[in-house]
Design a protein around this ligand. Structure first.
Ligand SMILES: Cc1cc2nc3c(=O)[nH]c(=O)nc-3n(C[C@H](O)[C@H](O)[C@H](O)COP(=O)(O)OP(=O)(O)OC[C@H]3O[C@@H](n4cnc5c(N)ncnc54)[C@H](O)[C@@H]3O)c2cc1C
Length: 455
């Protein structure tokens, strides 16, 4: 009998074949699929420890799956796959300090609901809430806002179970190097079992979406970024106008937004509209420049006020694959100009917008935004279209701007090309060798992007 393990808040899929310990797994865009030798879904530390012992006895490597929303092959393994979807509880809320401790498998969606109920919020979020907290932080997942750092910077402690079943909790004081390694770890150090998050009092955002000619937006980029707590820009590369998303904190009451109008805006326009245009573009690539301009024109303008997480997050129903690069912010305008030139010169069939966001630097050893004010530029390719020619061209451009790839999104780098881009690369590797000396938490992707565990 085949059982599909999915939950409403997790749309990667795990399919059990003959017994619950065997499963085939695929990620969100369906382009990463594999069957591990064993699949474990522990409910507590004891079950997790037993799963790690079974893997050790069988001589297997171990990977942990979050919600399967990475595009890269971080999760696939022919060894043991562990999911913490059953370790998803809120463990403690301290209303005086705003510190909230949760099990690592909780999704951001469920976390937001629990925080909301306590009058708290994450200070910043990315644009979906399907990820697990451990999975999101492990790859340096980020939102936008020049004064705000990525999600992993909101952590205050990380609890890990190591390959031998021992549990360590690292924070900034007790083990500064492990702390800077564990926040963006790619799952290379051990199983993250719980995290403590610094939350903020719940807040509302005034969200203003609307078009502006791209050249004008680029001229005013610094002002636009500074004037908004969370500034973001989408731009279909054959269109003249960019679509700006400007979110500012407000004390004003939420605007009434009926179920019908939000369904129309979020689902019909943003998802089905984009899906229909993208399918047309896939069938008739020559139409893509015209479709780019039409979709930009119909996107229109909107204003609303709502609780922060409902503004940050929106449904993503159209499947795509993605590459995203973090570059020093000072290069933003030149990099966008170079992408425009390359897409036009090669007539690349790009039916999805380019997304531009800004974050503050942080100090996690492997954070793509580590140590520098950062502009993130993301490129997407619609389902079942060849992404490689476009992504290789963009990667070449990003290489020229000191680019560091998002760990969860497609790229073609290797440990050799990445190491010079991370000043603390060796310190990460030293922590990795200390916490996972036998190299138990690795797979082919980690061998490619991090290299082997140092002996
Ligand atoms: C539609 C869509 C929208 C997205 N939007 C954004 C965005 O706005 N901003 C952004 O930065 N990124 C975004 N992403 C990328 C996404 O946030 C990251 O790839 C993220 O890592 C996915 O989290 P996950 O829970 O699905 O983890 P997975 O993809 O399942 O795993 C990611 C990594 O975390 C490790 N891991 C997971 N749980 C544990 C654990 N308990 N212990 C140890 N290691 C663990 C895994 O081994 C793997 O290395 C988006 C992706 C999609 C598909």
């Amino acid at each position: 009998m085949r059982t599909v393990f999915t939950s409403s808040s997790n749309d990667s899929s795990l399919t059990s074949t003959s017994s619950p310990s065997q499963a085939s797994w695929s990620n969100w865009d369906g382009r990463q699929r594999f069957t591990p030798a064993a699949f474990e879904r522990p409910r507590n530390h004891a079950e997790l420890r037993a799963a790690l012992q079974r893997a050790a006895h069988a001589g297997r490597c171990v990977r942990v799956a979050g919600a399967g929303h990475s595009f890269t092959a971080l999760v696939p393994t022919d060894g043991t796959l562990i999911s913490l979807e059953r370790m998803n509880q809120v463990l403690g809320v301290d209303l005086t300090t705003g510190l909230v401790r949760v099990q690592a498998g909780i999704t951001i969606h469920d976390l937001n609901a629990a925080l909301d109920a306590n009058g708290l919020a994450m200070e910043n979020l990315g644009d979906i809430d399907k990820q697990s907290i451990a999975g999101a932080t492990a790859t340096g997942t980020h939102g936008t806002g020049e004064k705000l750092r990525n999600l992993s910077s909101q952590l205050r402690a990380v609890e890990l179970m190591l390959a031998d079943g021992s549990v360590v909790t690292v924070d900034a004081d007790n083990d500064p190097d492990a702390w800077r390694a564990a926040r963006v770890s790619l799952g290379a150090l051990g199983v993250v079992t719980a995290v403590t998050i610094q939350t903020v009092p719940a807040f509302r955002l005034y969200a203003e979406d609307g078009p502006m000619p791209l050249d004008e937006a680029l001229e005013q980029l610094d002002e636009l970024v500074a004037a908004n707590d969370h500034f973001e820009m989408y731009w279909f590369p054959y269109a003249q106008d960019a679509l700006l998303r400007r979110n500012r904190r407000t004390g004003e009451a939420p605007t009434a937004r009926g179920a019908v109008s939000s369904y129309f805006e979020d689902i019909v326009l943003v998802n089905y509209g984009l899906g229909a245009f993208s399918r047309l573009g896939r069938r008739f690539p020559a139409l893509i420049p015209r479709l780019n301009r039409t979709v930009t024109r119909v996107a229109g303008s909107s204003r609303r006020i709502d609780v922060s997480h409902r503004i940050f997050v929106s449904p993503r129903l159209v499947r795509f694959t993605e590459m995203e690069y973090a570059i020093p912010r000072k290069h933003a305008t030149s990099a966008i100009g170079a992408i425009r030139e390359a897409v036009h010169a090669r007539r690349l069939p790009v039916s999805f917008p380019i997304e531009v966001r800004f974050v503050a630097g942080d100090d996690a050893f492997l954070s793509p935004a580590g140590g520098r004010e950062t502009c993130y530029i993301a490129v997407h390719m619609f389902d079942r279209m060849d992404y490689e020619p476009y992504f290789r061209v963009v990667e070449q451009i990003m290489n020229g701007f000191e680019g560091r790839p998002h760990w969860g999104k497609r790229h073609f780098q290797t440990a050799e090309t990445l190491q010079p881009r991370y000043p603390d690369w060796q310190r990460f590797q030293a922590v990795r060798a200390r916490l996972d000396p036998e190299g138990r938490f690795t797979n082919a992707e980690l061998d490619r992007v991090l290299g082997p565990v140092a002996s």
